[in-house]
Each structure stands twice: as C-alpha cells, then as structure tokens.
Design a protein around this ligand. Sequence first.
Ligand SMILES: [Zn+2]
Length: 295
Amino acid sequence: MNRRSFSKLLFAAPFLRAQDSITVKAGGAEIDVTFRGDFDLSRDALIEWVDLSARSVTAYYGKFPVPHAAVTIAQGRRGRGVSNGRSFGEGGARCRISVGQHSTSDDLKKDWMLTHEMVHWGFPNMPEEHHWIEEGSATYIEPIARAKIGWLRPEQVWGDMARDMWQGLPEQGDEGLDRTHTWGRTYWGGAIFCLMADIEIRKRTHQRKGLEDAFRGINRAGGTIDHDWTLEKAFEAGDKATGTKALMDLYKEMASKPMPVNLNDLWSQLGIRRDGDSVTFDKSAPLASVRSAIC
Ligand SMILES: [Zn+2]
C-alpha cells in the first residue's frame, strides 16, 4: 500500500517541475536528496539539515544504517515547518518529507521528523501487530541520537520524555502492545518498551551494553527497513549482541498484557527532576549512572 501511494506521487511529479537532486555522503552511506517545489531556503541549508539528521543516526548506530537511501523533500502545504515524514522500504530505504516554502533554518533546527525517519531505516519491516516496536524505537531513539552529536541537550531529551511518555501507559481494557493498536500505545508504549529495555540491558551487563548495542546488532545482522523480519528474529539478534535476554524477556511481559510501569518512580530513580519546563539531574539517584550512559 505504501508503494502504491508513492508511485502515484512519482507519476504526478513531471507536472510539478523538473526535479533536481544532490547526493549527500554520511556515515559511509550515500543519500540521494531530491527536491520538489519551491523553497526560500537554499539547497545548502536543506542539505545541511539532511546531513545533521544523518549524522545523528550514524552516531546511534555506529554507522549510517543502510548503504544507500533516498530522501524526497517536497514543498509542504503549510507555509512553514517540516511535516508528513513517511518511510518506505520497497526497493531500498527512502522517505518523503514535506518542508513549507517559507521555512527558515530555525524551523529545520527544531525538526525531529527526518531523524525519526532515518532511525526507521535501521530496523527491519515488521508484521502489522508489531508496528509498536517500529514507531516506539524511532520515537525513543531519535532525541537520543540527536543528543549524541550535540543537536539536543540531555536536559531537553529527558524533559520531553518525562513530559510525553505517560501517553504510552496502558489504559483500561489494554491487552498489551501486540493487541492494542492505539496511537499512544504504538508510539509512546513502544518508546516505554525501549526505555525499559535500555535500562534492563545496562543493569544486566553492568553498563557494558545498552539498547544501541542491541539495535546495532539487529542492523548488522541485516535488519533494515527493506527486509521483512519476524519480531522474534530481530529481538534474538538484539539480545545476542548484548549477551542478555532483555528484549525477549520484556517482550513476554508486555506483548499481550498491560504491564504496569510507574513512570514517576522511574524518573526519580533515574535522577530526573522536573521543575516546570526545565529539568535538572540528581547525580545521587540510584540509576543516575544509567541515565547519563543513555544520554
Ligand atoms: Zn515513524
């Protein structure tokens, strides 16, 4: 279904205007960037944004997660800002993303969406019932990846998580991540799974490994968006990379029942203190070193 809508867009392209493309090199990969429409920003400014997003994802995965990819930057309907990011795996990793004609460098600097799409490329395509791990991992990893290159400060990453993550908690009648396909459970429920897995891997390996090692392991075993895998295959590859069973153990707890998570308790254990919009870190908290190892 994704492929179909993309083909339609390609078909419509000649009626818009001649395409122009630039190839960006990042993290050992080549990314073909195609522009469609009019933008106040220079090509250089748009390319810089692609490069920044690619470097974030490279920092998380240890290299860019696919050797070749394509990004189509289309003029958005809205005058400013980034919207409508969507990734596809058929025929290789690629995404389409909209940028408003009058967007500024500041709008691109605030953008999380292109990094989110690129995180998707490093993980295999899953059956529909496991869509939560695709969206949850992209939601969880994107800000951490950006913090790794200094694009975001850790205070902002944890502040946003502490503000938004409750949306992924199970509500009345929840039947676990594989069976409850609401927006909150898909994006933030999946992100809670990733945070719990990240903490668990670090605890079990005495901080020698983290979730990024699991994701690098999955990626290096060939798990990319252009490959259809089962969730078990992905988690087994991830667990092998950390020498634990953290992903599979947590999956068993969260797949078909609403495992309760006390997020407020978790933030305080991690040493995250919220004061209005700002966050400070309590370095004496029991999981303070786990927090600082993550971001
Ligand atoms: Zn996504």
